[in-house]
Design a binder for this molecule. Sequence first.
Ligand SMILES: Cc1cc2nc3c(=O)[nH]c(=O)nc-3n(C[C@H](O)[C@H](O)[C@H](O)COP(=O)(O)O)c2cc1C
Length: 326
Amino acid sequence: MYPTARFSVAPMLDWTDRHCRYFHRLMSKEALLYTEMVTTGAIIHGKGDFLAYNEEEHPLALQLGGSNPVDLARCAKLAAERGYDEINLNVGCPSDRVQNGMFGACLMGEADLVAQCVAAMREVVDIPVTVKTRIGIDDQDSYEFLTHFIQTVSEKGGCDNFTIHARKAWLKGLSPKENREIPELDYPRVYQLKQDFPQLTMAINGGIKTFDEMEQHLQHLDGVMVGREAYQSPYLMAEVDQRLFGSDRPVMKRREVVEAMYPYIERQLANGSYLGHITRHMLGLFQSMPGARQWRRYISENAHKPGAGIEVVQQALAKIPAELDV
Ligand SMILES: Cc1cc2nc3c(=O)[nH]c(=O)nc-3n(C[C@H](O)[C@H](O)[C@H](O)COP(=O)(O)O)c2cc1C
């Protein structure tokens, strides 16, 4: 079985792009990082390279959105050839656009099809094929519904690794954002699932913020996946290896993290990237420190100006009081 990711950063559309992942990777060598969801349609028909990433990002999982086994297998194969470490199928995203294309959370009601999708991908790649799902959809929120889904996808599809977002999705009436807040979290249900399927690797996701909470979950499950907190308070990443993987490397200071980004930023700017596309992921780094607001504001006001370069980040860093050893 694939070594368990004790900690991962959740796939987040528009957030966990390659710049964000590079930034997170600087702080944690051990975390498993996920791409944003990429649809099979984008990979197969889209213009541009939707599979591009930086070598430094490993271990890296590609999250696919789709429900056509042939297309998914084709994309999984391409991704494996490109060196991704895992393929993950999205069975959790509730947005309308996604429902129309028949993928995301609505697939929870199509367990046999998900099994076929997983089986088709597993047939053509050697890397793990995993599934990220919810605990239910709409009125289909019984424990039996969830176990039927897991049993079908594991037995018929051969999937042995699941990440469970511990709340159901309301497919009608709630926005994707509301669907991450309104349906209640039910951690005990996910713990129960792991007890009933001890042979499967299972990670839990949803509302996890602190290392104490992560350690608590890890007593019941194989892994924790953190989304919004890792993005909005990214300095959390700096302690992941020490707190969850037993690393004795010194924890990086926030300033060191910024400075370690300089060579990457220079390289990316030289290749035509915009500064703001990189720095937007770094805005929360000094969260709740003196100078945090000025850091954030300076970058927000200047990083999008034409020709903005590394000096914007240096000036922003200068807003953090020099005597502050952070
Ligand atoms: C901006 C944003 C984009 C997201 N995009 C995806 C996505 O592409 N695929 C996916 O499976 N989940 C997506 N999610 C859901 C997260 O992966 C995660 O399941 C959810 O935020 C709950 O975890 P958290 O409470 O730790 O944030 C997204 C969440 C956010 C906030």
